[in-house]
Design a protein around this ligand. Structure first.
Ligand code: PMP
Length: 426
């Protein structure tokens, strides 16, 4: 007799693997494939030597070695929290004091992904509303879906989130009596995943004003996911939303060492308004009572030695070159075809390629032809949540120049061009 069934929680039943993982996994079985899909970083530039040296320095120091291999605190290493604030102050051109921030407001997390998850746990109940960019970072969509919330997308353009559309949506919600259900506004405001676009300087204070205006009975928190901020290839850095939030009341800043240093270290950090710091820490305590302590010591050492800063600065010309290779090859190939546009990101790892006519969906002719030609992209529809059961927009795709070499990028775009021509002329 078979045993009775295992009964899973409602939350677990709402939690599914993102369809993108299945798609990429399956596609990667194709031999000789060039993947412009994965969001991985450039491998040749990962700082193996600097990390090895930092590891030696930390572990062979009789004071720090045993401490680094001991449990740390849930909130994370005080030295690294101080350094995080210092680096952020440098990026924003103001001192943490001016922003009312101390190392107590910083929590170190296992990548910024853990913070996104903890935030959802702390703030969201089924039926709540979360506003996001459309398209947006699909892994966070999965988190939101597992919490049973309603996700409403606001369009983005070259200047990031479209504020008139946001305002209109919010007014509509207010008319329906649903504005009070909005708990979070999530934005990837630097070189967005997946479009590569950045929230324009003039929209930043306006966004905060809007959020404050529509926070009537309860505060809507802005989650500023700055995962790609350090990877800027041109132009001056823009002030973070966090730096405009002078009293530390409205913005949660989610940063990470994954892109500017190494994703394998899996260390992120949060700047949190005081009211949610304790709840986040309680939950994180239940999860892991602190992220890997050795990793935090390594990062503190890398920053003390200036190695982290050198690594971050070394990456800029490297990725700038790869971005330019992708943009030049796009112009030389798909630029000759009608009805195709793409973003020109000033940083980050992604280009968003939009077709006037072609369906980029995973079951469509273009995805099939691309696979036959030996190139993989992320179908754009994965970056939207379906609204009312309708199929999301499906005429764009995300291309990444992160992990592929310049030669692979060139060849990958040529293959994509051949796929487009095949589909259009078939
Ligand atoms: N936010 C965005 C927009 C991302 O693209 C990623 C990773 N690709 C993350 C957060 C999470 O990164 P990590 O957990 O490595 O810090």
């Amino acid at each position: 007799m078979s045993p009775p069934p295992i009964v899973r929680s409602r939350k677990s039943l709402r939690t599914t693997d993102s369809p993108i993982n299945f798609y990429i996994q399956k596609a990667l079985e194709t031999p000789g494939l060039i993947s412009l899909a994965a969001g991985l970083v450039d491998e040749g530039s990962l700082p193996c030597e600097a990390v090895a040296q930092a590891c030696q320095a930390v572990l062979l120091d009789p004071r720090r070695g045993p401490a680094a291999l001991q449990y740390g605190s849930t909130q994370g290493l005080p030295r690294l929290r101080e350094q995080v604030l210092h680096l952020l102050g440098q990026a924003d051109g103001c001192s943490p004091h001016e922003l009312n921030l101390t190392p107590d407001d910083v929590v170190l997390t296992t990548g910024s992904q853990q913070l996104l998850y903890l935030l959802a746990e702390v703030l969201l109940d089924p039926g709540d509303i979360v506003l996001t960019e459309a398209p947006s970072y699909f892994v966070f969509h999965s988190v939101l879906q597992s919490h049973g919330v309603q996700v409403l997308g606001v369009p983005v353009d070259e200047g990031g989130l479209c504020l008139p559309a946001l305002e209109e949506l919010w007014e509509q919600l207010a008319r329906q009596g649903a504005a009070e259900r909005v708990k979070l506004l999530y934005t990837v405001d630097y070189f967005q995943n997946p479009t590569g676009w950045t929230l324009a300087a003039e929209r930043r204070p306006q966004l905060l004003e809007l959020v404050q205006r529509f926070s009537r009975r309860q505060r809507v928190l802005v989650v500023e996911d700055a995962a790609y901020r350090e990877l800027r290839y041109e132009g001056p850095d823009l002030p973070s939303l966090k730096s405009l939030d002078r009293d530390n009341r409205w913005v949660v800043y989610a940063g990470t060492f994954s892109k500017p240093c190494a994703p394998g270290l899996k260390c992120g950090y949060a700047l949190l308004p005081p009211e949610i710091r304790e709840p986040i820490l309680h939950l994180k305590g239940n999860h892991d009572f602190g992220s890997a302590h050795l990793v935090q010591h390594l990062l503190a050492e890398l920053i003390d030695r200036g190695e982290y800063q050198r690594q971050r600065d070394r990456l800029r010309p490297l990725y700038r070159h790869k971005r330019d290779v992708m943009l030049d090859e796009l112009a030389a190939t798909l630029g000759q075809e009608a009805g195709i546009r793409w973003s020109r990101p000033a940083g980050g790892l992604y280009v968003w390629l939009a077709f006037a006519d072609l369906d980029t969906g995973p079951q469509g002719a273009l995805a099939q032809a691309a696979l036959e030609e030996g190139v993989l992209y992320v179908p754009g529809e994965f970056a939207y949540l379906p609204a009312d059961g309708e199929r999301p927009p499906h005429h764009a795709c995300r291309l990444s120049f992160g992990v592929a070499t310049p030669e692979q990028i060139r060849e990958g775009i040529r293959r994509l061009h051949r796929a487009v021509r095949r589909v259009r002329h078939s």
